[in-house]
Design a protein around this ligand. Structure first.
Ligand code: 6PG
Length: 253
């Protein structure tokens, strides 16, 4: 795997760089397999990327009819709820593009039973990626954010979702938020062709330093679990989040 860490001035420069990575991944996937399968992220940082991708000069470079949109995780709310990751991605990205409903695969977090929602999404992935038992999906790209305590996707510190039990998607109780979430597991992220973290804000600086430069303690810092085995890992961070890093590094690890 190759890991690239880039410190950029602000969220808009992160979005600019991320758009180039997104378009490269899309074009390469379509050239090789005729389809681009991407998992979108929740939170607020990706909004700038969405705005960029849906406008020129990027818009006309994306193979819109050959894209399949998935989600890395979801909050336990219906799709029209203000906290829904699907709602955010739909409002800032999907609804502004020619992507058709049949190209979008969302997590059914409106279900009361989050285990059912997780199993349902696992089935969706198994079907769409035509997986045999034991196989993992290979996304062309997964977008991820990071919380200021080192969580990514909905893989929170100290939660059962961090255990590798062969599942692609799990429900997870996040005590500190007094809620459940549904999330793809680390092995799914690690089987993808590329993972792109977009991280902004000074509150994330200590956790980012610990994730990248501290001891390997993924129970504390779940973002450390993300290491695509045969893919590229990108950290695009703003100068506030990257403020404690010893240096921006590029290269193979
Ligand atoms: C979510 C996310 C989560 C998010 C980080 C960063 O549903 O909240 O999937 O992992 O990416 O918390 O969020 P921000 O971009 O808002 O800082």
């Amino acid at each position: 795997m190759s890991r690239t860490v880039e410190i950029l001035p602000d969220v808009s420069s992160i979005a600019q760089k991320a758009a180039a990575i997104y378009i490269n991944a899309a074009q390469q996937a379509v050239r090789e397999r005729g389809v681009f399968r991407v998992a979108m992220a929740g939170g607020s940082t990706p909004k700038a990327l969405h705005a960029m991708l849906t406008a020129e000069p990027f818009r006309s470079q994306l193979p819109w009819d050959k894209m399949q949109i998935f989600f890395g995780d979801e909050r336990h709310v219906p799709p029209d709820h203000a906290d829904s990751n699907y709602r955010m991605v739909n409002e800032t990205f999907i609804s502004k593009t020619p992507i058709k409903p049949e190209q979008v695969f969302r997590i059914k977090a409106e279900l009361q039973d989050t285990e059912k929602a997780a199993l349902d999404y696992e089935q969706t992935l198994r079907g769409q990626f035509a997986l045999k038992p034991g196989e993992l999906p290979r996304f062309d790209l997964i977008l991820q954010g990071m919380g200021n305590e080192g969580h990514t996707l909905s893989l929170f510190p100290g939660t059962t979702a961090l255990r590798d039990n062969g599942r692609l998607v799990v429900r997870t109780w996040v005590g500190k938020l007094y809620t459940e979430r549904i999330t793809c597991t680390a092995p799914v992220a690690n089987n993808s062709a590329a993972v792109l973290f977009m991280i902004a804000g000074a509150d994330k600086a200590p956790a980012l330093k610990a994730v990248l430069e501290g001891p390997f303690e993924p129970e504390q810092l779940p973002s450390q679990l993300i290491k695509p085995v045969n893919g590229n890992l990108f950290f695009l961070v703003d100068s506030a989040a990257g403020g404690m890093l010893s240096k921006a590094r590029s290269g193979s690890i």
